[in-house]
Design a protein around this ligand. Structure first.
Ligand SMILES: Nc1ncnc2c1ncn2[C@@H]1O[C@H](COP(=O)(O)OP(=O)(O)OP(=O)(O)O)[C@@H](O)[C@H]1O
Ligand SMILES: [Mg+2]
Length: 310
């Protein structure tokens, strides 16, 4: 048996979060309700969620040589993520994002460019490490490293998934073609797939992008739920209604739960989608991007909603 289920390549950061009642207008002064300092970053959030559900996760990521880097290490280590390949960049700082969350749990994020600079380089992405896993997940925020990881995964016969958000889709289709070519499951949010394809209709957009490689496209639509598009059809699953506190990391939790369900549990798409929507909904009820649930919490949540899939 392989030692890991998934290796995640990508970003980690500190999220300085400010909770407000509503986003301010220009020149307006508003009161803060609460402050939070959390570990965040799309790939790190994914791995924490994956590990809490019971999966075995390893991280190909990077931090600066500073106090925040140590904080990241401690937090991810506590979550039982394999950190043997966490790179500590000499003379660099750990990425620091500023997140504003409103009274409805919606967020605006000011991203630090060090998110990208701290991602390992292609030469740090080794066959030796990827071969320890069944599946490779990335965000392609550093495209050349993602290409290397997915080419190696392809050679080793591993499945792959790509989280695609708007700020990476904005790189354009051309630089991402070599990643898409080796992507098994593409996981954009609705802004990401629209930015990449210029197509508003989500199913049409998914079909358009499948021509470049992905076998499956899973699109998250916030409080509207999610859609999975495959060669043989489309399945749409609604989101759960919950008391939303903070949606930061909801997509990452959804992606982790979906990949866990498909690759470790071998569940079908519909069951995996319901499971992933439930895990993401639970995350939305808690502050911070890495407050995702355990599998017992998801089971209890589904039971409380009278859904018996687990
Ligand atoms: N308000 C909400 N209520 C219930 N579930 C939600 C809500 N917002 C998000 N979710 C769940 O989380 C999933 C992912 O959300 P979304 O599409 O907003 O991801 P995202 O934009 O990638 O977010 P992030 O990058 O912060 O993780 C949705 O498909 C849904 O299952
Ligand atoms: Mg996301």
């Amino acid at each position: 048996m392989k030692p890991l289920d998934v290796v995640g390549l990508g970003e980690v950061c500190i999220d300085w979060t400010i909770y407000v009642e509503k986003f301010p207008e220009i020149d307006e002064k508003i009161f803060v309700k609460e402050y939070g300092k959390f570990v965040g970053g799309v790939t790190a959030n994914f791995l924490v969620a994956f590990s809490r559900l019971g999966g075995r996760a390893g991280f190909l990521g990077g931090v600066g040589e500073d106090e925040n880097g140590r904080l990241v290490f401690e937090a991810l280590n506590k979550e039982k993520i394999d950190l043997k390949h966490l790179k500590v960049w000499k003379g660099r700082r750990t990425a620091l994002n500023v997140v504003i969350v409103d009274g409805k749990g919606r967020k605006c994020i000011y991203q630090d460019p060090f998110l990208m600079y701290n991602v390992p380089d292609p030469e740090d992405v080794t066959e030796e490490y990827l071969s320890k896993a069944l599946h490779v997940h990335t965000t392609a925020i550093k495209v050349e490293s993602a290409v290397k990881a997915f080419k190696v995964a392809y050679k080793l016969g591993l499945t792959t998934s790509l989280d695609l958000e708007k700020h990476v889709a904005d790189y354009g289709l051309e630089p991402l073609k070599n990643v898409l070519k080796y992507t098994t499951i593409l996981m954009p949010n609705k802004l990401g797939i629209r930015a990449l394809t210029g197509e508003r209709d989500l199913v049409k957009a998914a079909r358009k992008i499948m021509k470049y490689g992905p076998e499956v496209v899973v699109i998250t639509r916030g409080d509207k739920g999610s859609i999975v598009v495959t060669g043989s059809g489309t399945t749409s699953v609604p989101a759960f209604k919950v008391r939303v506190v903070d949606t930061t990391g909801a997509g990452d939790t959804f992606n982790a739960a979906f990949i866990y369900a498909i690759t470790v549990k071998k569940w079908d798409y519909e069951k995996s989608m319901i499971f992933a929507n439930a895990a993401a909904a639970l995350k939305c009820t808690r502050p911070g991007a890495q407050s995702s649930p355990t599998i017992e919490e998801v089971r209890e949540f589904l039971r409380s909603r009278k859904i018996s899939i687990l």
